[in-house]
Ligand binder design. Structure first.
Ligand code: NAD
Length: 503
């Protein structure tokens, strides 16, 4: 492919087991410097159709390949992902602006783990059904069948991880996928497709199309797509789910959140501060499960704020390849504008108290052209402020003090934590584990933590409640989103129980 003078070669689509070109391109930008990284070929209606056709052709053979054989192929892809971990992590760092210290230890690793998990699960009988002895001469058995050609549509914050969290159970269950990465972070997709091919995944089983919402829309509404697995904003998810519902397609919706991080009065201060920082500044706050509403008891407020401010020096913006850098820019110019708008709104309109940071760049990268914003802390926040109600998706921590001596203070606290249309994640910090479990049981969220924040291993099913989504990814329950079940009743008594016999 002709060199473009950019850091990466032109990025083709990928279907039928090979690279495919179209007639128009768009660019992906390095958010740390605001410079183009690569031209990306944009899918049009005919290339989307061709990608889906290649998946349809591959489906009969892939879906009937014994699970243990599919597993062997997918495990080879796991080994390749791990072998190329650092190379893939560099790509993710360039494309997303996340520090290499993160991408090399989290993004590829957690994606490969999920692929390994599902490859092993299906090899070990994870697609088996159940047998029920109904009566001595009748039994029922269930079987799980793959759905067909599925669409995966990704967000920009964990590109390769999202691609793997969708394609791993999809392919392991015997489906084929047409995957569309976010137009802001497309670089991982070709690499992943070529790794699958090198591992032995047959042509057409995993395909890539590039483009923005219009391409996602064409994919979602295509009659040959059986399921849409979507990760993105609530507002986009509503559109995608409606389009999918019109064709009665299966959906998984992994959407946004405004999650509460509850510090109880007896919490270990150090753990609470570490948890709140992880829940707000990891990946520069661009994590769907972020605990952006940090509820702190009045009795601990001053100590909590003091310790948090002491530790803010440990958030280090800088050269993204420096192993000591743990804070990067925001992913894109429009996202930077959105986050800084919220920070200004917090200061000027909401009247929250700015404890740290603000809308400018961190000092260490003040001369960079990239989309940097300071890690920011607001305190004295209230439930009605815009910054505590809407998902900002940036490094903005809001402290919401609560009275821990008033009557029914715990009930009021839980009510406040649940007072949001979203329900992705929630967490509680306490030394009293009984109380921790009791509070977690009352929180309206699909992903919860006690005395920690953010870990999401392959074994843990994750998915949102309320407006934060439908269905789950990962864990044993995650495979169910990629199969349909059939129940069969077998009669062995030698006669049909009929209502139509002679009187
Ligand atoms: P987004 O909704 O803007 O875009 C997500 C994807 O949808 C992109 O690939 C985009 O091109 C595509 N798209 C846009 N319009 C479409 C349409 N009409 N039909 C089909 N596809 C369309 O989201 P984003 O800004 O890329 O990602 C950030 C959001 O993702 C945040 O809200 C975050 O909370 C959420 N997120 C959720 C999870 C989770 O697991 N719950 C994980 C990561 C990110």
């Amino acid at each position: 492919m002709a060199s473009t003078g950019l850091k990466y070669e032109k990025q083709p689509l990928y279907y039928g087991g090979k690279r495919q070109l179209t007639t128009s391109t768009f660019q992906t930008i390095d958010p740390s410097t605001d410079t183009p990284l690569a031209d990306i070929f944009k899918a049009d209606r005919s290339s989307i159709h061709a990608a889906i056709s290649s998946a349809k052709s591959a489906f009969p053979s892939w879906s009937t390949t014994p699970p243990i054989e599919r597993s062997r192929i997918l495990l080879r892809a796991v080994a390749l992902l791990r072998k190329h971990n650092d190379e893939l992590a560099v790509i993710e760092t360039h494309d997303t602006g996340k520090p290499f210290s993160e991408t090399s230890t989290v993004d590829v690793v957690t994606g490969a783990d999920v692929l390994e998990y599902y490859a092993n699960l299906v090899a070990a009988g994870g697609l088996n059904g159940e047998t029920t002895h109904l009566r001595p001469d009748a039994w029922i058995y269930t079987t799980k069948a793959p759905l067909g050609v599925c669409a995966g549509i990704g967000a920009w914050n964990y590109p390769i991880q999202i691609a793997l969290w969708k394609s791993a159970p999809c392919l392991a269950a015997g489906n084929c996928m047409v995957y569309k990465p976010s137009e802001f972070t497309p670089l991982h997709a070709l690499k992943l497709a070529e790794i699958y091919t090198e591992a032995g995944v047959p042509p057409g089983v995993f395909n890539v199309v590039h483009g923005a919402g219009d391409v996602g829309g064409m994919l979602t509404s295509h009659p040959s797509i059986a399921k849409v697995s979507f990760t993105g904003q609530v507002s986009t998810g509503c559109k995608v789910a409606s389009a999918a519902a019109a064709g009665m397609k299966y959906v998984t919706m992994e959407l946004g959140g405004k999650s509460p991080c509850i510090i109880l009065p007896d919490a270990d201060l150090e753990n609470a501060v570490d948890g709140a920082m992880m829940a707000n500044f990891f990946s520069s706050g661009q994590v769907c499960t972020n605990g952006t509403r940090v509820f702190v008891p009045q009795s601990l407020l001053r100590k909590f704020e003091t310790r948090l401010l002491e530790k803010m020096g440990d958030v280090r913006a800088g050269d993204l390849m420096d192993p000591n850098t743990n804070f990067g820019p925001l992913v894109s110019k429009p996202h930077h504008e959105k986050v800084t708008r919220y920070i200004r709104h917090g200061i000027e309109q909401d009247g929250a108290k700015l404890l740290y940071g603000g809308a400018g760049k961190p000092k260490s990268v003040a001369n960079s052209n990239g989309y940097w914003v300071q890690p920011t802390i607001f305190t004295n926040c209230t439930d009605s402020m815009l910054i505590t109600r809407e998902e900002i998706f940036g490094p903005v921590l809001c402290i919401l003090p609560y009275h821990d001596t008033a009557p029914n203070w715990l009930d009021k606290l839980v009510d406040r934590a649940n007072d949001t249309p979203m329900g992705l994640a929630a967490g509680v910090f306490t030394r009293d584990l009984d109380l921790g479990h009791r509070v977690v049981a009352r929180l309206e969220a699909g992903i919860t933590w006690v005395n920690t924040w953010g870990e999401s291993p392959a074994e843990m099913s994750v998915g949102g409640w309320k407006m934060s989504g439908l269905g789950v990814e990962n864990g044993r329950r995650g495979i169910e989103a990629w199969v349909r079940n059939k129940s069969t009743l077998v009669e062995m008594g030698g006669a049909v129980a009929t209502s139509f016999s002679k009187l």
